[in-house]
Write a protein that binds this ligand. Sequence first.
Ligand SMILES: [Zn+2]
Length: 145
Amino acid sequence: MDTLKMNNASAYTKPLPRPDPELKPFWDFARLGQFAAQRCRDCAHVHFPPGPVCPACLSSSQEWFATSGRGTLFSWVAFHHPYWDCVKPALPYNVVMVQLEEGPLIASNLVDENLQGLKLGMAVEAVFEAIPGDMYLPKFKLRAR
Ligand SMILES: [Zn+2]
């Protein structure tokens, strides 16, 4: 598991995830350092976020699986304005869109602080930040090709 270690978990000031039962498998995989997605047992379509039916064929036969955690940089933006008080200490922070090798687009953060030099299609991989409550937030880091 590639997990970021926080120096002081009590210093975490952002809202904590409140997983509903449908998302429990995702957080269980994250605890193991794996980025999970749903796959349709009928047509093999891979999707995230999860849902009760396949968005491609509407089958209700879905399974969770660990993706490779690898993907490519699809888009990114740097936030300089604090839309929420809890993010003020992190300004400027980034939000990235990553396309997993398995297909789904994921909104997350890039842990690499310097956004200079980013290029579309750069290789990234999931890492997991430990937060209070024995939870692990998936983020991404640049990956050497
Ligand atoms: Zn399907």
